[in-house]
Design a protein around this ligand. Structure first.
Ligand SMILES: Cc1cc2nc3c(=O)[nH]c(=O)nc-3n(C[C@H](O)[C@H](O)[C@H](O)COP(=O)(O)OP(=O)(O)OC[C@H]3O[C@@H](n4cnc5c(N)ncnc54)[C@H](O)[C@@H]3O)c2cc1C
Length: 440
């Protein structure tokens, strides 16, 4: 059965309706418009990006796939040339850094309220009709096919609806493609934007005017918890935040902004943001379920992309790239289906097939066991061992007239005192299993 059997509702009918004007929705809609099909994108915010929160950096290569010249026109903050991985102890830290100023950009920091709005304007230029300040309340389903959307204003009809409505995706839930979100499968993230002079940013982060520095932060106030922090340099501000798995916050009765405050006062972080003025505070959920929690991705007349499909690679802070590419692939599938006038589940199954061949599914599959291992062994891998790495460097850098061999043995003995040999073997096996699941 194909959707062409449905009666025409010409006044309010288009080829495709995309719900959500984030990176996934805009990439999908622009792909469809470029193929000459008519597409309406419905966004609940005042404008695209007005409600969107991220770290954050957008990634150059996937963004170029949608907007080949974005580096000339888009509102970009800084080109990230340095990545620092900071392992915070209670008061000390070990920081590993990689810097490269010569290569082409891998990522740029952006402010989503500006960047998403820019993407939406580009989409309009290419023929996407954008309806803003409108919430899609419900999907219209007839004879098993999704055939349109209900908004607070009116109903709109189409051949295909693409859901790019972000992490909560109540619409995917309404038609049974997704269940309730499990608190283990999302992180609650809090973020502050702190105003700092350009010169101060350049001095403190050792960058020049257009260069940026990205921090990925482990431990500190999050020691032993399933959480990760971040810091990004913008033109005249620094974005700092962290995300903690929701069930962790509930179980431990902790407030995420208290963890953020503590992280900001850590001796490694505090000098970087000293004297800054708080510009903005926000909170948002991040899908963390990974490969095993990906919902059903398509049905008759419908596809899901971006965060709504749980497409986030949390270890790498990647989400916008998976959103853009999944949106593009959903858009291409819609164009093919429109050409055949076949909007059935069978026709839209192509979306899943091409996703499986792309880095989106391949990367999510690579880390499919990561969250399970981290949930089970967070005390060890996110608590004990990070502390031990810092205490190793404390020992290694100490000068106290104690012979070095004695210091080394004291350190080694402390490990066996803390953890039985059998427990160390168990930790080693867990780590090897995790590495094997990533590399095979
Ligand atoms: C704190 C934090 C830090 C992050 N850092 C990074 C980073 O540095 N780099 C990176 O690549 N990714 C990062 N991510 C992830 C990234 O932000 C997301 O993966 C990405 O935004 C997903 O894009 P999307 O288009 O699927 O969803 P969203 O960007 O969430 O867009 C969904 C859109 O749908 C609209 N909408 C929702 N429901 C409806 C409805 N019913 N009707 C109409 N409109 C609706 C919303 O208003 C929104 O505009 C971060 C996320 C968080 C929370």
């Amino acid at each position: 059965m194909t959707g062409e059997n449905f009666e025409n509702r010409e006044e309010n009918k288009v080829d495709v309706i995309v719900v959500g004007g984030g990176p996934a929705g805009i990439s999908c809609a622009i792909t469809i418009a470029r193929a000459g099909k008519n597409v309406v994108l419905i966004e609940r915010g005042k404008f695209s990006g007005s409600k969107n929160v991220f770290g954050g950096a957008i990634y150059a290569q996937p963004t170029r796939e949608i907007f080949p010249d974005f580096e000339k026109n888009a509102p970009l903050e800084r080109k990230n040339v340095e990545h620092k991985y900071a392992l915070l102890g209670e008061d000390d830290s070990t920081v590993v850094s990689y810097k490269n100023t010569k290569e082409d950009a891998v990522s740029y920091t952006v402010i989503r309220a500006k960047f998403d709005r820019w993407m939406a304007e580009e989409a309009k230029k290419e023929g996407v009709i954008i309806v803003e300040e409108t919430v899609v309340r419900e999907l219209i389903v007839e004879n098993g096919f999704v055939v349109g959307v209900k908004t607070e204003l009116e109903d709109y009809y189409c051949n295909i609806v693409v859901l790019a409505d972000g992490v909560n995706s109540l619409l995917a839930k309404q038609i049974g493609l997704r269940g309730d979100i499990n608190p283990e499968d999302v992180a609650l993230s809090v973020k502050e934007v702190i105003k700092l002079d350009k010169e101060k940013i350049n001095d403190r982060f050792h960058v020049t005017d257009d260069e940026g520095c990205v921090y990925t932060i482990f431990g500190g106030s999050m020691l032993g918890m399933l959480g990760l922090g971040f810091m990004y340099t913008n033109d005249n501000s620094v974005s700092i935040g962290l995300g903690i798995t929701l069930n962790e916050l509930v179980e431990r009765k902790i407030k995420p902004y208290e963890l953020l405050d503590k992280m900001k006062s850590h001796p490694t972080i505090a000098p970087l943001i000293k004297g800054g003025e708080l510009l903005e505070y926000s909170a948002h959920l991040i899908p963390e379920g990974g490969y095993k929690k990906i919902p059903v991705l398509y049905g008759a007349g419908v596809m899901i992309c971006g965060d709504a499909a749980m497409f986030v690679n949390n270890l790498h802070w990647e989400g916008t790239n998976l959103a853009m590419i999944s949106g593009k692939l959903a858009g291409e599938t819609a164009v093919i289906a429109l050409g055949k006038q076949d909007y059935s589940e069978h026709s839209l199954a192509r979306y899943q097939e091409v996703l499986e061949e792309s880095f989106v599914m391949k990367d999510l599959r690579t880390y499919k066991d990561l969250m399970n291992v981290m949930h089970d062994r967070k005390d060890e891998f996110l608590g004990y061992y990070p502390k031990k790495i810092n205490s190793f460097f404390k020992m290694f850098t100490s000068v106290n007239s104690v012979p070095k061999t004695e210091l080394y043995w004291k350190f080694i003995k402390s490990i066996f005192k803390d953890r039985k040999f059998s427990v160390l073997i168990k930790d080693g096996i867990s780590l090897m299993k995790l590495l094997w699941s990533i590399l095979r």
